[in-house]
Ligand binder design. Structure first.
Ligand SMILES: *Cc1c(COP(=O)(O)O)cnc(C)c1O
Length: 392
């Protein structure tokens, strides 16, 4: 049995959040700024759907915030990933490298391109990618044909790599970028969770050939549902806009579409919400970082638990705070989860490994021992930005 004192854990969460009782959900949006005014103005304009000023404005302001040339907003983060993979050339029967420990959307986006996810291991901390292990793994499995990389074992092309910034913590992107470019493997950054995080002096989402972010209701800012494709390549951005808006040629009245495309646009109504939320992003990052340091303080004296903290050289948005149990097992993790939930603390495990879900069981994978440990050891704790706001 575990030595963890569950009551002490509950006490630590309660004291760090300054909420002695009541329900604390994992992550709730804060819509107490100008959100309502913006959405009302959008409704008044009657332009609530696929055209309108908020879409253009949100794209410009998001690109400006990130320091990237272009942002194209779409219906959700999964759609953004799928289109990003298509744009870097992922096609039927290709393989897409990605962590096994991520949200299912990362793999689904590849599957929707009719490609096969190829799972790699997390950093020993459980978050991000184990760069050295990945480097060695590529040496073993890659065969060059021309300027492209193929999997020696399956004969399939390795068409993209999708690192993911777990809970908001940026991966070691410069190393990964160098590695991928030496193999000719395009890089798509899944920054769905890391809007507002930086690595060195650059924003998460701006490191790959393309990056994506999500504005789902549980992310750091929300448009209700939504996502964005981020790139410095103007031609890729033009293609992204065209492909996500039914490939219609601009014309005063003609319906002329020049390829099979998607209707993945973000409605103006959602973009209005996004414009109001984006104004508050820095404030949310601040609150979440404050909350993270309070958690670190509160857990300092619990030896069997450590807080998941930002990697060196990064400034994380701490989208989700997480703790890591030493000596973990699924049983101890689940006992902790059920005790917390009984107490009104809506804690969650991290994901099941994607390589163990029925539709991805047969996909290629490297050794996943770090990720397997992380599933047992990591528990996400209440992380709403409002919990980090100091009273008074
Ligand atoms: C939220 C998320 C996405 C995209 O999600 P949508 O709900 O489709 O916006 C993709 N990848 C990761 C890792 C996520 O957490």
């Amino acid at each position: 049995m575990s030595d963890i004192d569950f009551d002490q854990v509950i006490q630590a969460i309660r004291s760090a959040t300054n909420r002695p009782d009541g329900d604390l959900i994992l992550h709730e949006p804060d819509l107490t700024g100008e959100e309502s005014d913006y959405v009302q103005a959008c409704i008044k304009s009657t332009f609530v759907s696929s055209v309108g000023e908020y879409v253009d404005r949100f794209e410009l302001e998001l690109a400006e915030y990130l320091g990237s040339k272009k942002a194209v907003v779409v219906s959700n983060g999964t759609a953004a990933l799928q289109v990003a993979l298509h744009l870097v050339g992922v096609r039927s029967n290709d393989e897409v490298l990605m962590p096994a420990l991520t949200f299912v959307a990362t793999a689904n986006a590849a599957a929707h391109c009719r490609a096969i996810p190829h799972f790699v291991d997390s950093h020993p901390s459980g978050i991000g990618i184990d760069v050295e292990k990945f480097r060695k793994y590529l040496t073993k499995i890659v065969e060059h044909r021309g300027d492209q990389a193929f999997n020696i074992l399956t004969g399939r092309r390795l068409a993209a790599f999708v690192p993911m910034n777990t809970f908001g913590h940026p991966v070691q992107m410069l190393e990964l970028k160098k590695l991928c470019s030496s193999y000719g493997i395009p890089l798509v950054e899944d920054a769905a969770e890391s809007l507002g995080s930086t690595y060195g002096n650059r924003h998460a989402g701006t490191f790959g050939d393309i990056g994506i972010v999500s504005f789902n209701g549980n992310k750091i800012i929300t448009t209700g549902g939504g996502g964005a494709i981020v790139t410095d390549d103007e031609e890729l951005a033009r293609r992204a806009k065209h492909l996500t808006t039914t490939a219609k040629k601009a014309h005063a009245w003609e319906y002329y579409h020049d390829e099979v495309a998607w209707n993945y646009r973000m409605p103006n109504l959602n973009a209005a919400l996004g414009c109001a939320q984006l104004k508050r992003l820095e404030e949310f990052v601040q609150s979440k970082r404050t909350l993270a340091s309070r958690y670190q303080e509160a857990f300092k004296n619990i030896q069997e638990i450590e807080c998941v903290v930002e990697p060196p050289n990064t400034r994380s948005n701490y989208w989700l705070n997480a703790i890591r149990l030493s000596d973990a097992s699924i049983e101890v993790r689940d006992e902790l989860l059920s005790k917390c939930i009984e107490n009104g603390l809506h804690c969650r495990p991290c994901w099941n490994l994607l390589s163990e879900l029925p539709m991805y069981l047969d996909c290629p994978a490297s050794d996943l021992s770090n990720a397997q440990e992380a599933v047992k050891a990591i528990v996400c704790i209440p992380s709403s930005s409002s919990l980090g706001v100091t009273d008074g």
